[in-house]
Every structure is written in C-alpha cells, then in structure tokens.
Design a protein. Structure first.
Length: 303
C-alpha cells in the first residue's frame, strides 16, 4: 500500500472571535433564530460540561480534531471553536481528515470548508479502502478492520504533529449503542469512555460530544448547512448490527421518552459490588472485610 501524506496547514492570523460561522441554510425568522440559539447554547453547555467533568482539555493542549465530513465531526469542530474563544485555558485546534481513497470521495470539500473558516488542517492520505475490500470476506462487514486501520493512521499522525489530545465526534447514542453491542454480541459490559488512554500509552483520546444527543447534532448540522460527505464504505452495508441496535434504542426512546438519558446516567454510575467481575471487586475478601467491621464495632462498644 502506497501512503501519500499531504501536509497542508492553513492557519489564519485573524483573532478567533472574528471567524465567521458558516451561513444557515434557510432564513429562520426571529422564532427560528431563537430556537437555533437555544440549540447552540445547549450543545456548547453539554460539551463544556463533558470537557470539565473528565478533564479532557488542559492549558497548552494541541487538540487534533478528527474530521470525517459527517455531521458529528463538523459539529464537534464548530463547538470546540466556539468554546476556545472564551475558555479559561489556552489550547489550539488542528483539523485532520483521513482520505481513505474511497471511490468518488470529493477531495476538495473539506479543504475548501476549512480554509473558509480559517482552521489549520491536514489531509492524510492512506489507501485503507483497498486493504479493507481485499481483506474482508464477501458478505462480512468492514467496520472492524476499517476502524483499526483508521485509528492506527490517526494515532501515528497525532504524534507526528505533536498533538496532545485526539478528539473524536462520538455522541451519547454512539456510546449507548456500543454498550449494547458489547452486551449482546461481545459478552462484556463496556462502552466508549469520554476520555481514553490508548493501549500503547502514547495518545489520549477525548469525546467532547459524549453528553450530546444525536438528534440535536443532526439538527445543528442541518441548520449550519455543513458540506456533508457520506461514507460509501460502511454506511451503505446492509444488516449492520449497530444499525439494528440504533433502531432498537430509537424505538425505546419513542415509547418511553427519557429512557436513553436514564441509561446514559447508568454508564456514569457503576456499582462494581453489584456486578460479578472478580477483577473489579474483591468478592473473595468479603469475609475478612466483615470480620474487620465486626471487630471495629466491638472496639467502639467497649470504649
């Protein structure tokens, strides 16, 4: 596989508060503008809370924003740019797109957009598409291999440009879908953490949109008229288990509003003693713990 790196930074020397927000797709009117502002503030607040709660960004961080061309990553970049202007810490942003050489990929869309808003960026070319198509048996999904190749390319490039954090655009529903995919098909109780240290210890991955609803992101993306680039590799595959789980969660939320919010709260409030992982909780040592507590109680009574 031949790898070509297009190292194309386009930093602007304009102050951040002078960056122009891309125009909305339609005139909204006064009521529509108020609703848009409420949506924008909600996404800012939720993203800011996630960053604070998990210590995602620190003073001096260089955050590599992984931009796929989808609604989630566009929204993440825009919200981070907004937060950057008034943040109590100083951090920089650099957008990175991995061009996987999918047939028909519109190569100029992201450069034109990023230059238009004055964001430094890099386009990283890796022909992972050919590798995935070659290695994946007919009828099997490409997601696992594609994800590994994409992750490896981005992790390595983050080190190359000196990025201290790698920002991914996963939102609340992504986290819950992963939880149920692992529960149903992986036999494990895990999801996507808002902040993660890579296995080799070289990169810290953050998910600033962890608290955000997909519906809010979709609406914001629509109103901002982002130039969406569809994924022709995985998004078009039939019978994806993730799509099945997504539909299941959407049906639950439709029948029982607030259920997804409750489930997400459960992900943040884990009680190890109420599960059955022997590595996570010392079940074998409960007798000794009981004996110590009884001894302490007797000592207090004898005082």
């Amino acid at each position: 596989m031949q790898d070509v790196l297009l190292h194309t930074p386009h930093a602007t020397d304009r102050p951040l508060d002078e960056h122009k927000v891309p125009p909305l797709s339609d005139p909204l009117g006064a009521k529509g503008r108020r609703e848009f502002n409420k949506l924008h503030k909600r996404l800012r607040r939720q993203t800011g809370n996630a960053i604070i709660d998990y210590g995602m960004i620190r003073d001096g961080d260089k955050v590599m924003v992984c931009l796929s061309g989808g609604k989630d990553s566009y929204t993440m970049l825009e919200i981070l740019r907004n937060l950057q202007r008034n943040a109590p810490v100083d951090f920089s942003l650099v957008a990175v797109n991995l061009d996987q050489k999918q047939p028909g990929f519109p190569e100029q869309v992201l450069p034109d957009y990023l230059e238009g808003i004055g964001v430094e960026y890099h386009i990283l070319e890796r022909d992972t598409y050919s590798v995935v198509k070659e290695k994946t048996p007919e009828g099997k999904t490409t997601c696992a291999l594609c994800s590994r190749l994409r992750r490896g390319s981005l992790y390595g490039f983050a080190e190359e440009i000196g990025a201290t954090k790698i920002a991914l655009g996963h939102h609340r529903e992504d986290i819950l879908e992963t939880l149920f995919l692992n529960l149903f098909f992986g036999g494990s109780l895990k999801a996507m953490p808002p902040k993660l240290l890579s296995d080799d210890g070289r990169n810290i991955v953050i998910r600033p949109l962890a608290y955000c609803r997909e519906a809010d992101i979709a609406e914001f993306s629509h109103l901002m008229d982002f130039p969406i680039i569809p994924c022709n590799l995985c998004g078009s595959q039939p019978n994806l288990q993730r799509q099945v789980v997504k539909e299941m969660l959407a049906e639950w939320e439709k029948k029982h509003p607030g259920r997804l919010e409750s489930m997400f709260k459960a992900v943040t409030k884990v009680a190890p003693s109420q599960l059955a992982d022997r590595d996570l909780f010392d079940f074998a040592g409960l007798e000794e713990k009981q004996a110590r507590r009884l001894a302490d109680r007797i000592d207090i009574l004898n005082e």
